[in-house]
Design a binder for this molecule. Structure first.
Ligand code: 5GP
Length: 206
């Protein structure tokens, strides 16, 4: 049975190793693109000090998450850094039904699932300029333990190994420049054949 959900708007998958500056990038992309929204994921991880439930994530316990998986509520889900994360179908369709394009800020395992279920999704991988910068950003965040930083760096290498599967690679050295580059990708995707062929169809029918 094909249970791929019908999703009307454009979906942009943005993956990056933890500490690459994805959250700031997303914020800038939303600020500069009125038509774009980020889908709020579910996670079993505890909220960080500055995080707000239902805004940054829907924070749920393991049991709720497992039930949602069983009920097929997720478009994709994965275990990342010892916690579970997932994008619910409802979180995405609420936005696409309202006419928004949607960014999924998810890991490489989730991106792989989206590539299979939504082949039209545009997949962007964001790279840090260097290992030194990545380590520095993780350390400066101040919310991760030394052990957690090492785990995230180890996972980063595994994620970089998947980066070649993505449609686009963007280096986040300067936030403004990376935002601009992703905005070019978003703009270009709006001119893809599958997005607006009604003008072409009506020209051919006249
Ligand atoms: P953090 O705990 O730092 O917020 O996120 C850790 C990792 O989980 C990041 O790589 C982030 O992109 C990923 N992540 C966040 N939400 C989701 C999701 O819904 N699905 C998947 N597969 N990964 C997610």
């Amino acid at each position: 049975m094909d249970n791929t959900p019908i999703i009307k708007g454009s979906i942009f998958v943005m993956s990056a190793a933890s500490g690459t500056g994805k959250t700031s990038l997303t914020r800038e992309l939303i600020r500069t693109n009125p038509q774009l929204r980020v889908a709020v994921s579910h996670t079993t991880r505890a909220p960080r000090e500055n995080e707000v439930d239902h805004e940054h994530y829907h924070f749920v316990d393991q049991e709720t998450f497992t039930t949602m998986v069983g009920e097929g509520q997720f478009l994709e889900h994965a275990k990342v850094h010892e916690h579970y994360y997932g994008t619910s179908i409802a979180a995405v369709t609420a936005l696409t039904d309202a006419g928004f394009d949607v960014i999924l800020e998810i890991d490489v395992q989730g991106a792989e699932q989206i590539r299979r279920s939504l082949p039209d999704a545009v997949c962007i991988f964001v790279l840090p300029p260097s290992w030194d910068v990545l380590r520095e950003r993780l350390t400066n965040r101040g919310t991760n333990t030394a052990e957690d930083i090492e785990l995230r760096l180890k996972n980063a290498r595994l994620e970089f190994e998947q980066a070649a599967l993505f449609d686009y690679l963007v280096v986040n050295d300067r936030l403004e420049e990376a935002t601009q580059n992703i905005n070019h990708i978003i703009k270009a995707s709006r001119f893809r054949q599958s997005k607006d062929n009604h003008t072409l169809i009506s020209l051919l029918e006249d």
